[in-house]
Design a protein around this ligand. Sequence first.
Ligand code: ZN
Length: 135
Amino acid sequence: MNKLDNLITKYPNIFQPSDFTRSRYGGTFYFECENGWYDILDQMFSILEPIAELENSSRDETDRISVAQIKEKFGILRIYIDGIYEINEAQQAVDAAEKASKIVCELCGGPGKLFPKGWMKTHCDACHQNWFETK
Ligand SMILES: [Zn+2]
């Protein structure tokens, strides 16, 4: 089991099946990034979870705050969460997490930097060497 999947049970209000996850994964959410970004995501969800709990109690099922997709793209985190458009605190938490991923190794969680050649990846030197050799 992927370490990131722990977040699904830790934050049950924000991980409600969305239309996107239902169509793409049959309702079960899957992360499309590596474990090094666990702490970044954990911190973001600790902010989003109480917002989702409060808001979702008064929203229709189709309008609930829920994770649609979390993935690595061009070396950084891309986070899509349904239902937070007018909630500044939630938007800021998402923006902060995406920004933080630019300097954290996606594989080990240590200090990282963007390696722009070929596949763009944010890695530390050691992980990037390993990753590159096993590709
Ligand atoms: Zn690393």
